[in-house]
Design a protein around this ligand. Structure first.
Ligand code: GRG
Length: 308
């Protein structure tokens, strides 16, 4: 990591990149001036509720790392945030976590009703497919870019689906329903699928669209896996030690639901160490891509220290 990349410089750069992601996502939201379908209001409400935009920021950073050019990344940045948002909207539903608050606001189903909450999530997923595939329109006659776009689409939706986020959610929901006592190995698999897969999609899509070679894409996948696991263990720690005002949701929900997590099995101290170890591993991989990977490296350490 470059010594000259100070904390202040990083914060400024993160703000700039978050704003850029924010603008890009909004650009692809549907226009429905008369609010005929209501669902469009719910979509805007859930997307604009102030997430950290980490996934599109990471995607763009990976794209920049491999010297990607042009606007082909934009529909994918919007699509990944739409998928992430749909997963949160559905996760809050009464049939799943039954959460009334998210990011300090009423959750989408609680504000608009359960049926509209389901439809909002459904449409966000549809919209993600529609938005990401619109990237083909930007490829013109460039066969190489058509191929990269097709590959990026495949990664985005496979990592969101059964072999990724949705699969992880199924394992999690089923374990809770059947009151299955999870081992650490089970928990790690759920973390890999439910949390890390979407972060892997972010970094792989960025690298693929920029034209990174196969080994580099594999490195990004492994790096994103490490980031995702560290991110989730940090999330579990915050559920014990965090502050409701900062998190925008009640703390202690895992213990209340009798949920087995990395923290309940290993304790806070060892969980803290695991966050550091996984983050260090991610940073070591990024170290192979210096100069160029400074921002991502700082982002990893920022995420491992996050309080919200
Ligand atoms: C409903 C198919 C389906 C999946 C739901 C994402 C998810 C799976 C459940 C949400 C609960 C959870 C613990 C997810 C793990 C990933 C995680 C910590 C998400 C929160 O991501 P942030 O912190 O959210 O990036 P913001 O609010 O900043 O966008």
């Amino acid at each position: 990591m470059s010594e000259s990349y100070s904390r202040v410089d990083f914060q400024k750069e993160l703000e700039r990149r978050t704003l850029e992601a924010e603008k890009t996502v909004k650009k692809f939201l549907p226009e429905d001036k008369d609010n005929k379908f209501i669902v469009t209001e719910g979509i805007r409400y859930s997307v604009e509720a102030g997430g950290k935009r980490l996934r599109p920021v990471m995607m763009k950073a990976a794209f920049d790392l491999f010297k990607g050019e042009g606007s082909i990344i934009e529909p994918f940045m919007a699509a990944i945030e739409m998928i992430h948002t749909y997963s949160l909207v559905h996760d809050d539903l009464p049939a799943m976590d039954n959460d009334r608050f998210r990011r300090g606001n009423e959750s989408t189903w609680y504000k608009y009703g359960e049926a509209m909450g389901i439809l909002c999530g459904d449409e966000l997923l549809n919209l993600a497919a529609e938005t990401a595939s619109s990237a083909f329109d930007l490829c013109g006659d460039d066969l190489k870019m058509h191929k990269r776009t097709a590959k990026a689409l495949q990664i985005l939706f496979s990592k969101s689906g059964l072999w990724g986020m949705l699969g992880g959610q199924c394992l999690d929901v089923n374990a809770e329903k059947e009151k299955i006592k999870l081992s650490l190995q089970d928990i790690m698999l759920i973390h890999k699928l439910k949390t890390a897969a979407l972060i892997e999609a972010s970094m792989c899509v960025g690298a693929i669209l920029a034209g990174a070679d196969e080994d580099a894409v594999k490195d990004m996948e492994k790096c994103a896996y490490d980031i995702g696991i560290a991110f989730q263990i940090r999330d579990d720690i915050l559920d014990v030690t965090g502050k409701t005002e900062e998190l925008g949701k009640p703390v202690g929900s895992d213990a209340e639901n009798g949920k087995e997590t990395y923290v309940t099995i290993k304790g806070i101290e060892e969980s803290d160490r695991a966050v550091k170890d996984y983050s260090d591993e991610a940073m070591a991989i990024l170290g192979k891509y210096l100069p160029g990977s400074e921002f991502l490296t700082r982002l990893v350490s920022h995420m491992s220290e996050r309080n919200k």
